[in-house]
Design a protein around this ligand. Sequence first.
Ligand code: PGA
Length: 254
Amino acid sequence: MRKTIVAGNWKMNGSSESIKSLMGALTAGVVAVDGLETLVCPPAPYIGLVADLKGESPIALGAQNVSAQESGAFTGEWSLGMLQDLGCSHVILGHSERRSLFGETDADVADKFVAAVDADVIPVLCIGETLEQREAGQTIDVVSAQVDAVLNQAGSERFMNAVIAYEPVWAIGTGLTATPEQAQEVHAAIRAQLAQADADMAAKLPILYGGSMNAGNAAELLAQNDIDGGLIGGASLKADEFLTICAVAAERRK
Ligand code: PGA
């Protein structure tokens, strides 16, 4: 059975105070379940704080972005080595906000993906279509091109140590969620595409859904065959919502 992952993308939110309180509730409430990974991705300045606060709890730590460079004159960037130094096991790459607001291209994302896997940090590769693309019937083409851009550069072997997050752009932060059927259709298409490169890898690769997942809709999304967890923004900032989603995911492991 594939791993299930519930990941919180805190985006650019929080303060020392709010993070202490959120982590207090999460460490108290999270339950270790075989095959279920709980991950939080704080803003970079707070990664060290969260590493301290998580202590021995079964919460994994990730970043929301990273440079593909190792070190040097790259003002405002941070490296995979630094993330590892702080205890990060994962890094979100190619989030639609990075692509649309900060100009990250498929090629940038592919470079970061290769660097992350080679540094033993698990990339959570985000892909997804805009509303215009969905309405034009281009969803599968768009998502498949985003996967191909990384697959062609990284090779299928590197996907053995990766996670994909399908996040329809129109569902992110909007309160609109893909229906379980819409999400399942895209997840299955991504898995089929990967299977052409390596069937074993495709069968093992966790594909998360992201886009207004919350305590109310998690169960029906996670019930789908090819949905292996969630990448959660807004609802990950509320301990009770996030823990409810974790509990739903834990239920799915039984
Ligand atoms: P959302 O964000 O849950 O607030 O829609 C998800 C994401 O952007 O990863």
